[in-house]
Ligand binder design. Sequence first.
Ligand SMILES: NC(=O)c1ccc[n+]([C@@H]2O[C@H](COP(=O)([O-])OP(=O)(O)OC[C@H]3O[C@@H](n4cnc5c(N)ncnc54)[C@H](OP(=O)(O)O)[C@@H]3O)[C@@H](O)[C@H]2O)c1
Length: 233
Amino acid sequence: MISEKRVAMVSGASRGIGAAIAETLLSAGWNVSLGVRAPASSRFLDHPDALVCPFDALDPESETAWVQATIARFGRLDGLVHNAGIMIPKSVLDAGDDDFDMIFNVNVKSPMRLSQHAWHYLADAKGGRIVTVASLSGKRVKSASSGLYAMSKFAVVALGHALRQCGKESGVRSTIICPSFVATDMGNALAGRDSNELTQPEDIARIVHMVLELPVTASISEIPVHFSVEDCY
Ligand SMILES: NC(=O)c1ccc[n+]([C@@H]2O[C@H](COP(=O)([O-])OP(=O)(O)OC[C@H]3O[C@@H](n4cnc5c(N)ncnc54)[C@H](OP(=O)(O)O)[C@@H]3O)[C@@H](O)[C@H]2O)c1
């Protein structure tokens, strides 16, 4: 059966920004397919409009299975949100090959593969959207310890723009969200500020929701999000 509601897949929806995106989309009347590493502990398991699927960015087979499970349950796909990500706080002088491979596998290669698997369904939706939660670290490098992470985020920003170029005819549109510090486990560990001073995950979720619903004639390529005026480029 094909769902009458729009359907989005959200990676890394166990906590932080991903969980907030899932919550916001469900409240807005979307069906949401959550990709998480530990489905049994998801607080969305009993939600009637949610599907909680195993997804590990280091396991390519889990990506195809997640897309197939989403289509099997809802019959359509309107939005794909690349949110899962990791930070390895190492400078480019300290990072080893293992660090490089790990951060690029999770932050870059998995979103590319997921986009490939989902593309056909997004194109079928005639208005499919891909939203990538990248980072302002994908636009500028402000510290040595964010160097490796920034390399991966610059790459995923490029992926978002490259996907945009692929969508000219099908109407699939790709948008990249570039936050600075957000009050999540990751952001709180890095910012060295009170979490109330940081961008809230719910506000990133509002932006993602808006982008998913904008028409093809009002498509935004990138959205930088600053928690403070001190934090501009
Ligand atoms: N917080 C910030 O300040 C900030 C700023 C700019 C951009 N971002 C980006 O925003 C996104 C979400 O970050 P967040 O702040 O919500 O971070 P977070 O609280 O650390 O959550 C990270 C999410 O990614 C998932 N994840 C990590 N490794 C994974 C893997 N191998 N496979 C599947 N999922 C995996 C985690 O799942 P588990 O629960 O299983 O670990 C979790 O759901 C990331 O891409 C991050 O780079 C964050």
